[in-house]
Design a protein around this ligand. Structure first.
Ligand SMILES: Cc1cc2nc3c(=O)[nH]c(=O)nc-3n(C[C@H](O)[C@H](O)[C@H](O)COP(=O)(O)OP(=O)(O)OC[C@H]3O[C@@H](n4cnc5c(N)ncnc54)[C@H](O)[C@@H]3O)c2cc1C
Length: 379
């Protein structure tokens, strides 16, 4: 077992840290307040290779391993979780899904611009009546010979308006249940496709979350990913990988809050000494650091298993379950260590606390992660 990072991995981590500090930190409070998507910053992320990190270089990707992706996600998420969720969806749901299961034509047409960030992707599974229970899809993709006729509504779609390439899950044959579901690549601008309202959220307020409406959208047959009826398996498989991204996002939110709390505790004085000299604060810091390290190891283990082409479903669910709880617990304590200053925007920790919550909800709630894990345990 080797806990050392390679030089290349350390370089990726350093590049992400510098990018986050120089490009994402300025304006992050204002973007949160005004719910502004970090468009310019995401463009730069694409130029630096953060949006197609694991994609094969022959499709314009970075050809990096999943461990490097975890390291970069942590650094970006320390500063701006709204930017990092865009990065996570583009990398581990959309690019990975098309690269693993798409046809060569789909890779040439869609993966190449996604990997550079020239185009942004979205993953569209959730619906008003289908969240945790993703099998109850109401969106339909009727087989019309050489195209599918897509009808329905998707909810809560990250990158909803910024994206131009959408992976849409829909029911083709209801009698076949989840084996009658397909995943179609839908392009913005197709007739009958409308982007709905932007959600006004508790956290990740810079992220672009929208509902999407499809009315008689004609999607060519060649835009289906995999064989007829593969859509549900496709969604579950990509979400396994996506959870490594969200677990790393949670890890970054936690470690960002911890670093702020650590620094603040050395500056702020109470009762004649820095608050870091009070044992109650020291114990909080010790708990935070220990839990963050455990979350980091779970994220890296899941990434390592994926890189080794081993089964990583249980590991990624464990990483997400644990890291998201650590994100919530750590950010609450970081606010506490900041006292009143933690409750106002300038000190960043209140935003991180609000951002942390979503990591326990999207790409499978914590309850769903427990179902995934226990199913594996009881196999
Ligand atoms: C900001 C944001 C961004 C999102 N981005 C995307 C996206 O890009 N693409 C996408 O497809 N979706 C996205 N989602 C949707 C997200 O994945 C769902 O909200 C999530 O899966 C939960 O579904 P739900 O909201 O319908 O909750 P429900 O499924 O209604 O769950 C409600 C509660 O019941 C619990 N529950 C449900 N079933 C069980 C069970 N069997 N056992 C125990 N407890 C259970 C849940 O854990 C939860 O606590 C996003 C959501 C948000 C808020």
């Amino acid at each position: 077992m080797n806990f050392e990072l390679t030089e290349e991995q350390l370089a990726v981590q350093q590049a992400a840290r510098e990018f986050a500090q120089s490009e994402l930190l300025p304006g992050v409070i204002e973007r949160d307040e005004t719910q502004t998507f970090p468009l310019e910053q995401v463009k730069k992320m694409g130029e630096l290779g953060f949006l197609g990190m694991m994609v094969d270089p022959k499709y314009n990707g970075g050809g990096m391993d999943t461990v490097s992706y975890v390291l970069a996600m942590e650094e970006i998420s320390k500063i701006d979780a709204s930017a990092s969720v865009c990065m996570s969806v583009n990398n581990s749901l959309v690019c990975w899904g098309i690269e693993k299961y798409g046809t060569e034509e789909q890779k040439q047409k869609y993966l190449k611009p996604l990997a550079t960030g020239e185009k942004i992707g979205a993953f569209c599974l959730s619906e008003p009546e289908a969240g945790s229970d993703a099998t109850s899809q109401q969106t339909t993709a009727e087989d019309k010979g050489d195209y599918y006729l897509l009808n329905g509504t998707k909810n809560w779609i990250t990158n909803g308006n910024t994206a131009s390439i959408y992976l849409v899950i829909a029911q083709t044959d209801r009698e076949k249940g989840h084996k009658g579901i397909n995943c179609l690549i839908v392009e913005k601008g197709m007739d009958g496709f409308v982007v709905g309202k932007k959600e006004n959220k508790l956290g990740i307020r810079g992220s672009d979350t929208h509902s999407l409406m499809f009315t008689d959208v004609k999607v060519p047959k060649e835009n289906r990913i995999g064989d007829d009826g593969f859509g549900f398996k496709f969604a579950m498989s990509t979400l396994n990988g996506g959870r490594i991204g969200i677990a790393s996002q949670a890890l970054g939110i936690a470690s960002g809050a911890y670093e702020l709390a650590l620094a603040y505790s050395k500056e702020r004085k109470a009762f004649g000494k820095p608050i870091s000299q009070h044992q109650a604060i020291q114990f909080k810091l010790a708990d935070m650091a220990t839990e963050i390290e455990a979350a980091r190891l779970l994220c890296l283990k899941a990434a390592h298993l994926k890189d080794q082409k081993k089964d990583f479903g249980k590991a990624s669910a464990m990483a997400k379950l644990f890291a998201s709880k650590v994100a919530m617990d750590t950010t609450i304590e970081a606010v506490q260590i900041h006292g009143g200053y933690g409750y106002v925007k300038e000190y960043h920790v209140e935003r991180l606390m609000r951002d942390a919550k979503i990591t326990q909800i999207y790409e499978g709630t914590s309850e769903i992660q427990k179902i995934v894990i226990s199913r594996e345990l009881l196999k």
